[in-house]
Design a protein around this ligand. Structure first.
Ligand code: TRP
Length: 330
């Protein structure tokens, strides 16, 4: 049997090209050599998203994105996290092997706390325990199925380390029950700039959504921030968001030509933005078509996710059983 590559994506925003380059594409490229277990992490989303209609619709958008981008749900296991009742059960067991100090130091929790401190508030003001427990839930996601590798972006590296710590603590207590996974960290692709030049992220509202209607997608691309240089002025391509984004989608020859235009003068930002929009639309043209069909067929998505959840539960049961037995609960 092939080793397992597992990854989840939180349905808190519309999939954008930063997600694609940092997450979807690297994860999907493993499909040949691994059994892929990909899921929509809706329990994780609940730590920050409290609008039920929005959560529902984002679950479908994320699910349709995976399928449109090439995930084959027959060959691989594709499911929704909340369809696996073993997950919350396992989360509790694992929490008893998670040092609280480890969670105190988790980046997301620490950042929320630091923000409170900077404002002179109580350190835990407005922070729900779900956010604090986030890494334990994620460890359950990973350890339940005996995952071998976890392809994630650099921002998730600490979560993988915490998962490994938890598995090792459990195994130190009871023997080698849990498989300690490896992170497959995509360091280079994390530097996908958003339209304002900061890292592309839904929290900065600077994304280019992959499946937005064509007009909206073009508009986002035209809003990429550039300096006020004229077309004939020489420009430095190294710190330029537009150039950085073009590099992901243009052919190597074309990238070289554009580089020359930057350096020697002749690069008109408006024209290059239009070119980038065309490149993105053509890169995702099949996927966009599939997405539009899928998103209209929610019963189909539900069916795929249900079937995936059944397979995932079968995979998880032996590990949960072994963990329960080891602890003496079973
Ligand atoms: N925390 C991840 C993110 O925000 C999503 C996630 C949840 C995940 N569970 C996972 C990723 C398990 C990998 C493995 O992107």
């Amino acid at each position: 049997m092939k080793p397992i590559a597992l990854t989840g994506i939180k349905p808190t925003g519309r999939p954008h090209i930063g997600n694609y380059l940092g997450m979807y594409r690297p994860a999907l490229s493993l499909m040949e050599n691994y059994l892929g277990m990909y899921f929509v992490a809706d329990y994780h989303a609940l730590t920050s998203l409290n609008d039920p209609a929005m959560l529902q619709s984002l679950v479908y958008e994320v699910a349709a994105s995976w399928l449109a981008l090439g995930l084959d749900p027959e060959e691989h296991i594709f499911f929704r996290q909340s369809d696996i009742p073993e997950i919350p059960e396992f989360t509790w067991i694992l929490s008893c092997f998670t040092s609280k100090g480890l969670l105190n130091r988790a980046h997301a929790y620490k950042a929320a706390m630091d923000e409170n401190l900077a404002l002179g508030h109580d350190p835990d003001e407005g922070i729900n325990a779900g956010l604090f427990y986030y890494p334990v839930l994620m460890a359950a996601d990973i350890l339940l199925y005996g995952s071998d590798v976890v392809p994630v972006g650099l921002d998730q590296k600490q979560h993988i380390e915490i998962t490994r710590d938890i598995a090792e603590a459990f195994n130190r207590t009871y023997g080698e029950v849990l498989k300690v996974p490896e992170g497959l960290i995509q360091e280079s692709v994390m530097k996908v700039p958003g339209i304002d030049g900061r890292k592309m992220s839904k929290s900065y509202d600077n994304t280019i959504p992959i499946f937005a209607p064509e007009k909206e997608l073009r508009k986002r691309v035209m809003r990429i921030v550039t300096d006020s240089k004229r077309p004939e002025d020489p420009k430095d391509p190294t710190n330029d968001n537009l150039f950085a984004l073009l590099q992901f989608f243009a052919s190597p020859e074309r990238i070289e030509e554009i580089r020359q235009l930057y350096v020697n003068g002749g690069a008109a930002y408006g024209t290059l933005k239009k070119e980038l929009a065309e490149l993105i639309l053509s890169h995702f043209s099949d996927a966009r078509e599939k997405f539009n069909t899928l998103i209209e067929d929610k019963p189909y998505i539900d069916k795929v996710l249900m079937q995936g959840a059944e397979k995932a539960r079968e995979m998880g049961k032996p590990y949960l059983k072994a963990a329960r037995k080891a602890t003496g609960i079973d």
